[in-house]
Design a protein around this ligand. Structure first.
Ligand code: FAD
Length: 555
């Protein structure tokens, strides 16, 4: 057997190594147009930011070590430019010499990845405007920043890579502005969770401009002028363009392989393209999302690596293992905070007409009495029919990753909010509380699902009529320090003795800081004959972040 792989980083290198483990006698050739193979793309921003100091640490394998360990013929700086599926050949071009040659294959695996978007804006090709995808880009950006004594950076696009780069530039002491066309950072998550992190970014003296688009660039002397659609013109020494990627389907299209609705390479559940002898993995493929059942592209290293293993199993053993799709579990460090997401955000569930309930809870990363507990916000979405979990998003400072992995695993297994309640975690005060934030998210969701808790949301205030009662049940000092306009204050601990101050027949909207005291107050009222009582999901804490960020959009 002769296997050829195109692309030697996440998906390609994983496929190649697994192919060898399964088939010691096959001929395996892997082509990579870049200089390096199997390197840590995900580490590149941290190398630019000097968090990773040793460049060599970025390379998981070199061509030589890969060849030595796996007996794989690694051909770097060699681009595959053509596939002839009928003849089962590829055409390769050696970039250094221009030599063109053909190789035959029995099975071909494509893992060409994605390429950064570079819209045709005036001046976009000026010196100092970069995209970040590979080691070459990284070396270029790093040396440019050092040699040109860069002070001001404009990062365009507040996605995962844009935010990681903003943090790394900031930590190098540079003055950072982030421009984002959307009304929030990180498009895959919902506004409230993004708002919590946006508030944090603003504390770092990073200028975050949302709802703002770049219209063009002009380079004069050493500086780049960045024109915005609001008429403003910024000055920068370096611009990082990080506005997204698109799947690299050029080879696939040239070969006549089917592409899908999301414009990625179409594959079946065995990761086989429309040609049975060609498989594809990674950022270039599209696949059915297990929650929305819509075809989508996942630009993440975990799925690419895991697909590589599945793909090799199917190539060698004959379509034995199905790929089940990705729920897009992702995590990003944004300065001191961490934001994680798994499943489909509420806004995308709405767009897909999937009925769901959203619940937001705030809890400590570990026992409050043990030093350094930090609050984390968990937002989950679940089905109103059976409580099936559809997504989880977490913003916090500590312990976000482990909660996200639990929630991701449950979402992936089609579990419900009842499994959150039963979830048994390891507990000692430095690590969690006797009821973990994951359990708490489940308790609240169960109360909502079983209609023991009626909630309203931070953006429901326009539905509240002048005649309704807005009740703040926090302590008086908290109320005095900041409240929602129109709210009266009866602290939860006084409510039993002050029931006569609350008109029974009216709609009562309660809030507290995080949601718990509001729930307690609601239970007291409901069991005392108050019928229309709702509690603010996520409490004042979430409302404050969301309204501050909404105000920022309008100013
Ligand atoms: P890649 O790993 O990009 O590999 C594709 C390779 O194919 C490239 O090296 C390319 O040169 C080569 N190639 C393309 N066409 C040809 C051709 N015709 N001939 C020869 N070679 C070719 N994901 C996460 O999950 N977490 C993270 O923290 C994270 N951080 C990231 C940070 C950065 C800066 C970047 C750029 C990406 C990050 N990602 C992260 C995304 C992740 O790296 C990708 O999802 C993953 O690498 C995709 O794997 P792939 O094999 O499809 O493509």
């Amino acid at each position: 057997m002769k296997y050829i792989i195109v692309g030697a980083v996440a998906g390609g290198a994983s496929t190649a190594a697994r192919l060898r483990r399964l088939d010691e006698h096959a001929e395996i050739i892997i082509f990579e147009k870049g200089e390096y193979i199997s390197y840590a793309n995900c580490g590149l921003p941290y190398y630019i930011g000097d968090v990773i100091k040793d460049r060599n640490k970025l390379f998981v394998q070199t061509a030589a070590s890969f060849n030595q360990r796996f007996n794989i013929d690694v051909r770097v700086t060699t681009e595959v430019t053509k596939i002839d599926p009928a003849k089962k050949t590829i055409t390769a071009v050696k970039q250094n010499t221009g030599e063109v040659y053909e190789e035959t294959y029995d099975k071909l695996i494509l893992s060409p990845g994605a390429e950064p978007l570079r819209p045709p804006l005036p001046g976009i090709n000026s010196e100092g405007i970069f995209t970040l995808r590979n080691v070459k880009d990284t070396d270029y950006i790093k040396s440019y920043v050092q040699q040109k004594h860069v002070k001001k950076v404009v990062v365009i696009g507040a996605g995962f890579i844009g935010l990681e780069m903003a943090e790394n530039f900031h930590d190098l002491g540079l003055d950072v502005t982030i421009i984002e066309m959307g009304n929030q950072i990180l498009a895959p998550v919902d506004f409230p969770v993004a708002a919590m992190v946006q508030q944090h970014i603003r504390t770092k003296r990073v200028d975050l401009k949302l709802n703002t688009a770049v219209t063009g660039f002009t380079k004069n002397d050493q500086q780049i002028k960045v024109a915005l659609n609001n008429g403003e013109v910024l000055t920068a020494d370096v611009v990082l363009l990080s506005i997204g990627v698109r799947p690299d389907t050029r080879l696939a299209v040239q070969a006549g392989l089917k592409t899908g609705v999301a414009k990625g390479i179409w594959v079946n559940e065995y990761l086989q393209t429309s040609d049975p002898d060609i498989y594809a993995v990674g950022d270039a493929i599209e696949f059915e999302n297990p929650i929305t059942h819509q075809s989508m592209i996942t630009y993440l290293a975990g799925p690419a690596n895991k697909q590589g293993r599945i793909c090799a199993n199917n190539v060698v053993l004959g379509n034995v293992q199905k790929y089940k799709g990705s729920i897009n579990t992702a995590i990003v460090k944004v300065f001191d905070m961490t934001l994680g997401t798994a499943g489909t955000a509420s806004k995308h569930l709405k767009a897909a007409n999937i009925n769901h309930i959203v619940s937001t809870t705030h809890n400590g990363s570990h026992a409050a009495y043990y030093p350094d507990a930090k609050q984390m916000t968990i937002q989950i979405a679940f089905s109103p029919d059976d409580g099936r979990l559809l997504s989880a998003q977490i913003a916090g400072y500590d312990g976000v990753d482990k909660r996200l992995d639990i929630l991701s695993s449950l979402i992936k297994q089609n579990k419900t909010i009842y499994e959150l309640i039963e979830f048994e975690h390891a507990y000692a005060p430095p690590y969690s509380s006797a009821k973990d934030p994951v359990n708490m998210a489940g308790f609240v969701a169960e109360n909502i699902l079983l209609k023991r808790l009626k909630i309203f949301y931070w953006n429901d205030f326009e539905k509240i009529k002048p005649d309704d009662i807005l009740l703040d049940v926090r302590r008086k000092d908290e109320y005095d320090a900041g409240k929602i306009s129109g709210a009266i204050n009866i602290p939860v601990d006084e409510i039993r003795n002050r029931l006569n101050e609350i008109p029974k027949e009216k709609n009562i909207y309660i809030y507290c800081e995080a949601g718990l005291r509001g729930y307690l107050a609601q239970r007291i009222l409901v069991q005392n004959g108050f019928n229309n009582v709702s509690n603010l999901s996520g409490g004042y804490h979430l409302w404050l972040a969301c309204t501050a960020e909404t105000d920022n959009l309008h100013n």
